[in-house]
Design a binder for this molecule. Structure first.
Ligand code: GLC
Ligand code: CA
Length: 571
């Protein structure tokens, strides 16, 4: 049998690792501070009933895989009934499960069974908008202009004798953010027309969402991921979208009243014996604005999109890490480390391009990528993320090194980003392709009988990227994640929650964490010799005669305190 250990110093056995220190049995109340959260895109994870669509039975059957991977929690993308105008982010009923995925009872069982394996559940809540098939919106349409039912949304008359939208706001998916209904009223939708925005000045909207939180918390859910968390509050004046604005003065982004909403959610979350956790999806350019949401009576954590978007360059990465750690320190919130999710280009594809940054405005579908280079860098980035203080997110398939699928035929694409941009934006289908589990041909065991066609086709050449193929391969991405996460659990840095930068050659960086642990990343072409007296715990690529090659991260254990610590300790 092949070893399950990638590039690990086998001389340093697990017994010795145990003496380095095991992750102290984190107080249940703070499990989230250094958790590894695995993002499950249910539709594409595993199909239990053979219809080509992932479902809860599929997730349940793969819990041993997730447990073995060593994750602390699962975040499920929206699993509620939805007409799928935005793949589940158009929710028709916040209190049940889409029949394609299963039943509420199955969800309750899944939450409980996962918890028995030590895995907590996080659900996605979508408070900015509902589906146009949600009862509130149906009622609003039926009740007509100026009705109380319409006041839960943003219905307005338009300009130019009601012939043009009330203002020039643009939908994030392209086109106007307003759609006109039969009786002449226009309604606001920052995303697709099938996702009408709620009016968060309405008391029903507040009350309803707090009840939805309780509904899931009462079922054992450990926390929520809050969708589009910076967009809920709008300026009732509906002023024009400015090109630049003072903090808090954008008409629909990052407005101050949001903090009142999250303070009240925090009270709901804190009302449970194990307080529930609030995680914000906040795409905000300034870390100073972001961390205002993480004050002690608001959200617990937020995704680090700065890190997710950062190009693979040592100075930029180091600045990004510092900025995140510095910004979070005053509010005592842990930083998160994220390199992918269901909205962005898969890391092995992005890191393989000449420009390795990510932005929605400059999605580079079709730009050449070197998947070999991208994979090396994605491996290095993963091991770096695992070494940093805070919590970490892994988006399904990231642990297999799946590339972005860029050649999906137009008639199979679903994403409104693609549809509403008239195809200019490639959309996000390419990172949502079903997981390959076993076998040599599509659908690679995604469905139990192996013959249902998945809702999105997998490329024919994914045989080497299946869970089965990678499980037996010591050099695979999966083995790197399994081994790295296992080592991370042993906390080779002890209880150190801070890092200190060490002197490091050009195009590399090195930091120490705790008494003996050191992490070195080489971004440059020249192999870097290992520091003297260092033992290698794990490396993201094969070392070349004791040197760390290009695009490689190593974890080291120094015999004796790292000597050349430069600069101050950081949280
Ligand atoms: C968030 C989700 C994205 C969705 C959008 C609208 O950004 O991550 O997938 O399309 O919100 O709900
Ligand atoms: Ca299914």
């Amino acid at each position: 049998m092949q070893s399950d250990v990638a590039y690990v110093n086998v001389a340093l056995g697990m017994a010795e690792l145990a003496t380095i220190g095991t992750k102290a049995d984190a107080a249940p109340a703070s499990w989230w501070r250094d958790a590894v959260v695995y993002q499950v895109y249910v539709r594409s994870f595993a199909d239990g009933n053979g219809d080509g669509i992932g479902d809860l039975a599929g997730v349940r059957s793969r819990l041993p895989y997730l447990s073995d991977l060593g994750v602390d929690a699962l975040w499920f993308n929206p699993w509620y009934p939805s007409p799928l105008a935005d793949n589940g982010y158009d929710v028709a009923d916040y209190r049940s499960i889409d029949p394609a995925f299963g039943t509420l009872e199955e969800a309750e069982e899944l939450i409980a069974v996962a918890r028995d394996l030590g895995i907590r559940t996080i659900v996605d809540v979508v408070p900015n908008h509902v589906s146009n098939e949600h009862p509130w919106f149906r009622d609003a349409l039926a009740a007509g202009p100026n009705s109380p039912e319409r006041s839960r949304f943003w219905f307005r008359r338009g300009g130019d004798d009601n012939g043009t939208p009330p203002n020039g706001w643009q939908s994030i998916f392209g086109g106007s953010a307003w759609t006109q209904v039969g009786d002449g009223d226009w309604y606001l939708h920052l995303f697709a027309p099938q996702q009408p925005d709620l009016n968060w000045m309405h008391p029903d909207v507040w009350a309803e969402h707090e009840e939805v939180l309780r509904f899931w918390f009462d079922r054992g859910v450990a926390g929520v991921r809050i969708d589009s968390a910076a967009l809920l509050v709008k300026d009732p004046g509906l002023g024009a979208e400015p090109t630049s604005w003072a903090p808090g003065e954008h008409p629909y982004m990052d407005r101050d009243q949001l903090h009142d909403i999250y303070r009240s959610w925090r009270m709901v979350a804190d009302g449970y014996p194990e307080p529930r956790v609030l995680i914000g999806e906040l795409w905000l350019p300034e870390p100073e604005r972001l961390i205002r949401y993480l004050r002690t009576d608001e959200l617990h954590t937020a995704f680090n999109f700065d890190y997710l978007s950062c190009p693979w360059e040592p100075a930029r990465m180091r600045t990004c890490i510092d900025a995140a750690l510095d910004a979070h320190a005053p509010v005592d919130a842990p930083t998160t480390w994220v390199i992918s999710n269901h909205d962005v280009t898969r890391p092995v594809t992005r890191y393989g391009r000449d420009d390795t940054s990510f932005s929605f405005e400059a999605k580079r579908a079709g730009t050449p990528t070197d998947l070999g280079r991208g994979t090396r860098r994605a491996r290095a980035a993963a091991l770096l993320s695992m070494a940093l203080p805070g919590s970490m997110y892994v988006y399904q398939g990231e642990e297999l090194g799946l590339p972005e699928v860029e050649d999906i035929p137009d008639d199979r694409r679903r994403d409104p980003m693609w549809l509403r941009s008239g195809g200019r934006d490639p959309g996000r289908d390419g990172c949502r392709v079903p997981i390959p589990w076993t076998g040599a041909r599509p659908p690679f065991g995604f469905s139990p009988n192996g013959d249902a066609r998945p809702w999105l086709d997998q490329p024919d050449d994914w045989a080497a990227l299946t869970v089965e193929a990678e499980s037996g391969d010591p050099s695979s991405m999966l083995t790197l994640y399994r081994t790295g996460l296992r080592l991370r659990r042993t906390a080779p840095w002890g209880d150190a929650a801070s890092i200190a930068w060490l002197e490091s050659p050009e195009e590399t960086f090195t930091f120490a964490r705790g008494e003996r642990f050191v992490c070195l990343v080489n971004f440059g072409p020249d192999p870097v010799p290992l520091p003297r007296g260092a033992e290698v715990l794990i490396a993201s690529g094969e070392l070349e005669g004791g040197a760390v090659p290009r695009d490689t991260t190593v974890w080291l254990l120094q015999n004796g305190k790292p000597e050349d610590v430069q600069g101050k300790e950081r949280r």
